[in-house]
Design a protein. Structure first.
Length: 84
């Protein structure tokens, strides 16, 4: 799993690719690939558009789907930075 600082950096991207989301979750390829595939299918159904392999998913969609709270991450980073 990457550091909190790296997770925040990833979350600030406009779109997330598979590898970004995998790092964010700290998961292995085999564990995360089915989750990513489900997320892509869900996104395609929601938008009615076919996702090309070279495109990433919108960061907000990925964070919502994976139930990741960026604000909580930022607060934790500030606490971590303040105690160091």
């Amino acid at each position: 799993m990457c550091s909190l600082k790296e997770q925040i950096k990833i979350c600030n991207k406009h779109h997330l690719y598979f590898t970004d989301a995998m790092k964010l979750m700290g998961a292995t390829y085999l564990k995360f690939k089915p989750v990513w595939d489900d997320m892509v299918v869900s996104f395609e159904k929601k938008t009615g558009k076919r996702l090309l392999a070279s495109w990433g998913l919108p960061t907000g969609y990925v964070l919502n789907y994976l139930d990741i709270n960026l604000e909580a991450m930022l607060k934790a980073y500030e606490r971590e930075k303040g105690s160091a």
